[in-house]
Design a protein. Structure first.
Length: 121
């Protein structure tokens, strides 16, 4: 199906992922998550972010440890066209503060129990 000006329509996440819904997106320990499950986890976050005003081109910082939930978070953000600013929760407080102050992020998504003395708490 052609897009605007006769150019081919660009595939969306859903176009790609739904074709692979039953395929493994990743394995974490003994847990296997399919692309369909990943989309199901990402949709509610995408909706919440959209309702919060996150729009295409917005930068959103993601403060998290290395956990499998990061995949659905990233997908939920990209569903809204947001740019992801990854922030590792193991960074020192001054490093996190620097990234947040200089990244242009308008929102922070994260797991707050990871670092109780975070500069954004």
């Amino acid at each position: 199906m052609p897009g605007s000006a006769g150019f081919p329509r660009q595939p969306r996440h859903a176009d790609f992922i739904f074709g692979l819904a039953d395929h493994a997106a990743f394995v974490f320990g003994t847990q296997t998550v399919t692309y369909g499950e990943l989309v199901d986890e990402a949709r509610p976050l995408a909706s919440v972010l959209r309702d919060a005003g996150v729009a295409k081109g917005d930068c959103v910082a993601v403060l998290s440890p290395n956990r499998p939930e990061i995949f659905s978070t990233y997908l939920g953000l990209t569903m809204n066209g947001a740019a992801i600013v990854p922030v590792n929760a193991e960074f020192a407080p001054h490093e996190i503060r620097y990234i947040l102050e200089h990244s242009g992020a308008r929102m922070v998504e994260g797991w707050w129990s990871v670092r109780p003395n975070s500069p954004i708490s």
